[in-house]
Design a protein around this ligand. Sequence first.
Ligand SMILES: [Zn+2]
Length: 427
Amino acid sequence: MVYCSNSFPDRHYELSPIIESTYHTLNTNPLVKRGLDLIKADDERTLKNQITICEIPAPTFREEVRAEYYMHQLAAAGLNHVEMDSIGNVFGILRGTGKGPKLLVAAHLDTVFPEETDVKVRRIDGKCYAPGIGDNSKGLAALLSVIRALRDAQVKPVGDVIFCGNIGEEGLGDLAGIKAFFRDNTDIDGFIAVDGIGSKDIAYLATGSRRYEVTYRGPGGHSFGAFGVPSAIHAMGRAIAKISDLRTPADPKATFTVGVVSGGTSVNSIAAEATMLLDIRANATKELLELEAQVLEAVRSAKDDENRRWRTDSITVDAKLIGDRPAGSQAADSVIVQAACASIRTLGNTPYLQGPVSTDANIPIALGIPAICLGGGGRGGNAHSPDEWYENIDAFLGPQSIFLTILGLAGAHGICEPLLPLQGRSH
Ligand SMILES: [Zn+2]
């Protein structure tokens, strides 16, 4: 998950009458209250789950050991039909009473840390230190607590709720797990991603990104003896200069960076090869695609300029798309955002509506399916760094707000009707 600076506490956010009345019904129901109490009582076990999960390495593309473990945990928590799909996502279904919406609730299994990283959790002064302890061991553990509470409080949703530990959220994973899930399951009506810490933030806007690996190639040669031959590095330098000069809109925000460069053979060689990694982002699809077109034009014309300089055509360029996350938005007062706000308020907190971020929710948001990203609870910091830490303070508020959001959206049998409309795609 990527945290952003422009989230704000929304004290004046207005709930619609239907949301107000649904949450009034839920909050005064003894079974729902029992579910919330069970989650609070489950706090210590949830922390234990979190630590166990964290200590199973799961770098993106190598999630299988953690996935196997999590699959068994989903079954132990009370889900039926637990399975692993062909790409490596693990999931199980909590069947509703039928005819309700289908809600997917997912936490990503992968971390940004390589296999050899020491992921042993150290507990110092009440805090837990380990890479991945919050992002996303907390999200994965929170989901298990929610499932146990639904089972033990015997609250049955109206719609089917699918709980999933998905692969490939981070970096070059490129949201592969959730992309595959939505490709193979066209009947999902709503989506909640549970990612990292916190219990007040709601992400509902999606920053899109397009990432490229660009490689220039040429004949290469001796810097003195072969002078007159074009250089792959010089061509790439021209491209970087052009890209650096691009102007982008502030709203919707659109950005670019050449993040990594490599290439060349030695100080006294004309480079035969040069590669750069490019990141292009925007909060809206139109701006994303416009900026991408400008960047790719700079990449191509830099090759032409270098060839023209030496009157040749021996420099070539190859731009390979290595990341593709769609952008998208939905209304701040949409049903799914309202349900999450109502749930967070019910627990005595003020919801924070985040600015656009990049999470698994990007995929359904871009498809027009209601989707949000919530935190798994607790406090922490330094996500994506070896110094990541976590503090188990009021941590039960995370799974409690997820529990309430699920019941509002999917409905609770004999208590309230689902808020989430059927998408009507495959129904
Ligand atoms: Zn994450």
